[in-house]
Design a protein around this ligand. Structure first.
Ligand SMILES: NC(=O)c1ccc[n+]([C@@H]2O[C@H](COP(=O)([O-])OP(=O)(O)OC[C@H]3O[C@@H](n4cnc5c(N)ncnc54)[C@H](OP(=O)(O)O)[C@@H]3O)[C@@H](O)[C@H]2O)c1
Length: 276
């Protein structure tokens, strides 16, 4: 996609994107540019500037570089995340954003964050990520900053990454009773940009992909598409958080906002890879 700025609509204050180098963030950057925004991306690694995009080096986990990242910023799209510590990252970001008088903090969380009990060591070990997203949601909601939080289901890219990892095994253990409603990261990015350009709206309706599938079926689809044969063995996961997932805590069948299906994604991705 060609990157360009629309000077007519350009405001002087840059929009800060945390996680602008990630799966979701790479879709956010061009969309915000197309909307006429100046874009600033926070990354832990120093990077060369692109047309309309300035990179600031910093680490949300340690707090290093965040003051400079939020300077003169009115809107932040907080899309940085990792398996651990998203609560701490939100805390550090909110602290700096409050000092900088940020007008709108847009946050991407995960469907089920409020419905997945993290009460045991087993829950924390396997679903600590979801618990940290919920804590981050609360840190943002209680920060006093005007905010918008969107919860999305799992991205196709995440399911693909899981499938690629699992396909390395000759026998694949898959959590029994887990269903997934994968959504396209580009479609989530489009919604986040719409929210970032609007007024702070608090917790907005969740966003899920068009179809709900058993996780095992998604993995089978990947194996078929890549010509592999593997034995899939359902494994019952212990703990309350896993039970909540079996009960559908991570699904929003009433919010099938996304249009691109797992099969669409897989067909394109596998085709692109075969020419790579
Ligand atoms: N993946 C999903 O299925 C899914 C579903 C719902 C919601 N979400 C949420 O969507 C967001 C983006 O997910 P994604 O899949 O795009 O993630 P990703 O591809 O793993 O990218 C993670 C991004 O976070 C940045 N980051 C990580 N730790 C950081 C730190 N300590 N300081 C500053 N930046 C840091 C990375 O930047 P650098 O490496 O350049 O520093 C990178 O740009 C996350 O908040 C995630 O929880 C994801």
């Amino acid at each position: 996609m060609q990157l360009h700025t629309n000077q007519e609509h350009s405001t002087t204050a840059p929009v800060l994107i945390t996680g602008g180098t990630g799966t979701l963030g790479r879709h956010l950057v061009p969309r915000l540019l197309e909307a006429g925004c100046r874009v600033r991306v926070l990354s832990r690694t120093s990077r060369e500037p692109m047309v309309g995009v300035e990179f600031v080096t910093g680490d949300l986990a340690t707090g290093e570089g965040i003051e400079a990242a939020v300077e003169r910023v009115e809107t932040i799209v907080h899309a940085a995340g990792s398996g651990k510590g998203d609560d701490e990252k939100a805390h550090n970001l909110v602290r700096a954003a409050a000092v900088a008088n940020v007008r709108h903090l847009v946050y991407i969380s995960v469907v089920g964050a409020d419905r997945t009990p993290i009460t045991s060591g087993v829950d924390r070990a396997m679903f600590g990520y979801v618990g940290a997203k919920r804590t981050a949601e609360l840190i943002i909601a209680n920060s006093g900053l005007p905010y918008t939080t969107l919860r999305a289901t799992q991205f196709h890219d995440l399911v693909l990454m899981m499938a690629q990892g699992m396909a390395k095994l000759s026998v694949i253990p898959v959590p029994a009773g887990f269903n997934i409603q994968p959504v396209d990261a580009a479609e989530v990015a489009a919604r986040l940009v719409q929210l970032a350009l609007g007024e702070p709206a608090g917790l907005v309706p969740e966003m899920g992909g068009p179809e709900v599938h058993p996780l095992a079926e998604l993995i089978r689809g990947y194996l078929r598409a890549t010509g592999r044969r593997r034995l899939i063995v359902p494994v019952r996961m212990p703990g309350g958080a896993a039970r909540a997932f079996r009960d559908g805590a991570n699904l929003v069948p009433e919010h099938t906002v996304g249009r691109r299906t797992w099969d669409d994604f897989l067909a394109e991705h596998i085709a692109v890879r075969s020419y790579a």
